[in-house]
Design a protein around this ligand. Structure first.
Ligand SMILES: N[C@@H](CCC(=O)N[C@@H](CS)C(=O)NCC(=O)O)C(=O)O
Length: 209
């Protein structure tokens, strides 16, 4: 039986396609806080977006708290979940864990730039930006292949969820990136990670990119 959500529950605004929001949605589930956080879907880049009264930034994830404050930024929201009883804690405290999280967050930021270029009309795309992000993505993925083969990203935390989100994003919303080629350890890691309930419950819709 699920825990009832009180009217004063924090509201986590998300869009189904957002990889950043997915990290937080998976963290809520993995950390055992699904009964305490209400998920609210919002549109983006829309003057009518339901998130805007809570945050002028208008991005997701956004966590609107019962004291009237609003947290934006994935890492801040993960920190809030940890402070409110996430088990396991999501934000690493040791250097190795922090480095692992930073590495995949950097990859995700680059992919977001690459993906945004591909969503523009072809005449407005920047080939040099795309080329830079392709190079960055492959360089980081090669490092991740070695990391994963060496046992990194094994425990569920911010780094694990971000890596799962990235590869899931590449499967459904950024299929132009053929990340699987010559990366058997990463493929095997992803096969396992994608079986988790938190992953399955937050699958994004395909985007056609
Ligand atoms: N640095 C932010 C990035 C969040 C972000 O870029 N979210 C995108 C969706 S993936 C968004 O809300 N875009 C809407 C907009 O830019 O107006 C984080 O870590 O949460």
């Amino acid at each position: 039986m699920s825990t009832p959500i009180s009217l004063a529950s924090p509201q986590l605004f998300y869009s189904e396609g957002s990889p950043y929001a997915r990290i937080c949605r998976m963290a809520v589930r993995e950390g055992g806080l699904a009964g305490q956080v209400r998920e609210v879907i919002t549109t983006l880049r829309d003057p009518e977006a339901v998130v805007l009264p809570y945050s002028p930034v208008g991005r997701v994830p956004t966590l609107a708290l019962s004291d009237g404050t609003t947290l934006t930024e994935t890492t801040l929201i993960l920190g809030w979940l940890d402070k409110h009883g996430s088990q396991p804690a999501m934000l690493p405290t040791d250097n190795r864990g922090l480095a692992a999280y930073g590495r995949v967050l950097g990859l995700l930021d680059g992919m977001a730039v690459w993906n945004r270029e591909l969503r523009r009309p072809e005449s407005e795309r920047s080939p040099s930006v795309i080329a830079l992000e392709i190079t960055r993505a492959n360089r980081v993925a090669d490092a991740l292949e070695r990391d994963v083969a060496g046992g990194a990203y094994a425990a569920v935390d911010a780094g694990f969820l971000t890596l799962a989100t990235i590869l899931g994003y590449a499967e459904r919303r950024h299929t132009v990136w053929k990340w699987r080629e010559n990366r058997p350890a990463l493929v095997q890691w992803f096969e396992r990670a994608s079986q988790r309930a938190a992953f399955q419950e937050t699958l994004p819709p395909p985007s056609g990119i």
